[in-house]
Design a protein around this ligand. Sequence first.
Ligand code: HEC
Length: 180
Amino acid sequence: MSIYKNIICTLFLFLLAGHAISDIFGKKNPNLGVPLSNEEVKKYDFVIMPDGQGLPDGQGSVDEGKNLYDIHCMACHGMGGVKGLNGDLAGGHGTISGPFPKKTVGSYWPYSTILFDYIRRAMPYQSPGSLSNDEIYSISAYILFINNIIDSEMILNKTNLPGIKMPNSENFIWAFPEDS
Ligand code: HEC
């Protein structure tokens, strides 16, 4: 008797699976969501690659960056990027391979371009997306300056940011050597 039960159960499962597969591959779809316009897609499609691909127009200076940093970032990241409530953004250079590595933007990050990307997508912590591109270039310039990576006169933009070499870049290994 139980063998018949098993056969019936198995057949039933096949039927269910077949139904699910035809739902996925057939014409039926759940009709959820609405298509996004190109403008809307652009709001989310803003990845910046290590080589600077995707960087927007705009520019910013170290001086402006300091003012903006003091207003929007200092409360959490400390004066001059050190000793804040949250992670330090400056210092720690040369400590990465030692017993007490201190990872900051300056000591650890491999590419200058991802600083812009990170700030734009994630900071200020409580209101990401609130800064303009010019403001982000300025704050990026200030953070690079307090790490002694650029001098105080540099005006950062999409052309010169990718050329800025980060101190720890040599210690990262490209995962796809054939593409490099
Ligand atoms: C309310 C507190 C707060 C404010 C304000 C804030 N941050 Fe942050 N920030 C954080 C926290 C928390 C993290 C760690 C986030 C994580 O690891 O997910 C962080 C991480 C970062 C990092 C990555 C550090 C690393 O080495 O991984 C950068 C860069 C950064 N913030 C820049 C900024 C800048 C620039 C501003 C101002 C525009 C800013 N933050 C404002 C809380 C804040």
